[in-house]
Write a protein that binds this ligand. Sequence first.
Ligand code: NDP
Length: 479
Amino acid sequence: GTANIGVVGLAVMGSNLARNLASREGNTVAVFNRSYEKTETLVTEHPEAGFIPAKTYEEFAASLQKPRTAIIMVKAGRPTDAVIESLMEVFEPGDIIVDGGNAYFPDTIRREKAVRETGINFVGAGISGGEEGALLGPSIMPGGSDESWVTLGPILKSIAAVAEGEPCVTHVGHDGAGHFVKMVHNGIEYADMQLIAEAYDLIRRGTGKSPAEIAEIFAEWNRGELESYLIEITAEVLRQIDAETGKPLVDVIVDQAGAKGTGAWTVQTALSLGVPVSGIAEATFARSLSSHPEQRAAAASLPGPDEAFTVADQDAFIEDVRQALYASKIVAYSQGFDEIRAGAAEYNWQIDLGAVSKIWRAGCIIRAQFLNRIADAYAAEPELPALLTAPYFADALSRGQAAWRRVVIAAAQAGIPAPAFSSSLSYYDGIRADRLPAALVQGQRDFFGAHTYKRIDKEGTFHTLWSGDRSEIEAEDTH
Ligand code: NDP
């Protein structure tokens, strides 16, 4: 074989990734697709790439140098399993199969285990950045073995996005670590988008400014600490005028947000790990709420506040919203990184959180200036108990918290939903609280279920005889 890398699955993502690979010095790319038409089209349209097309899995394997390395870019789920099975029939021990699709990380753990038993390496790699990222440079989150990283590392580094001279790829951890981190990336993306949407809604309803005027506000924010791809594209979307009606496009788009499931995975996983990712959860639920038109129609007659919403000082309000957005964003990222740390502990992955923040600086949807601050925080203190306690973020929160409270109060009084802003503020107040009413919850649990409690003043586990004389006894620890 003469190709050093192969791609299986030549739909949008696969063909762009194959072209990206072929454009880099030193790569020769073998390509295969279940139906040959896609292969033929790609090879004909891009003669400059020098692709080596294969009609069968046998031909594909024969065209690859050993150890063979192939990246799968097909539909997640059953199709991915089908392709892995076919590749296992033609590959040999030491070869490397990479799944670059959006797999659910438990599937990746299962596949890695099954493939490893044959001596073939399996790497689940999260690839972010969509079509354009695949072509020009994505952020890549590979898991898998150390052995496979030796061969795969240089190839992935050659195609990844570059941030401040560093390629946006790192060996995240073993087996499913890469897909886990990609999942949390998408969850954070949900939170980021919802926060921006709440900021837009509050400004629009509070000031009466047009979408185009608000686009200018976002463009301005994009020159400061909020600088990010999502803020940038928000300005673009808000500026867009619908050709058919002459109205702002945002006003003719149906207000029901779709989802492909990665936000839900992030929240489900967080629930099982016991990590409160309330920002991501509220963002995911906000999409669900929007997508139930029958319920919304039935509830539309429920009353809101009596008075109309007006803000006295528009510029001051807009600045408050900016600060609320930044503070809430810090909370969302802090929660997301908590989930990665908890996942690493649960599944025995050695994940460098600073390295993760660095590979998100370019190529992916949540790319932002902000990620440099996260990298700095973990560089200064790798065992940081929570991102929001790092000096830079703690300072930003203490500067922004008054504005954040004013915005949440204004939203509540005006009857404007701000689930991500307000839940993030509640999280902030919860995590920094000296005493929480969790003590009362423990009392309730002990009352109805004899679940016991600890005391602040002595060691041991206790139970009150609620249905007896209400004296306290020492109990066995049952949590
Ligand atoms: P699709 O998810 O639409 O998948 C189409 C490809 O899957 C085709 O090559 C198709 O082959 C192949 N396929 C489907 N079923 C089978 C099967 N049973 N056996 C073999 N091949 C099969 O393609 P995309 O390019 O949109 O996405 C590829 C992957 O990348 C997906 O996992 C997706 O979730 C992920 N993705 C990631 C994005 C990102 O931003 N990171 C964005 C979009 C997607 P055929 O032509 O023969 O039908």
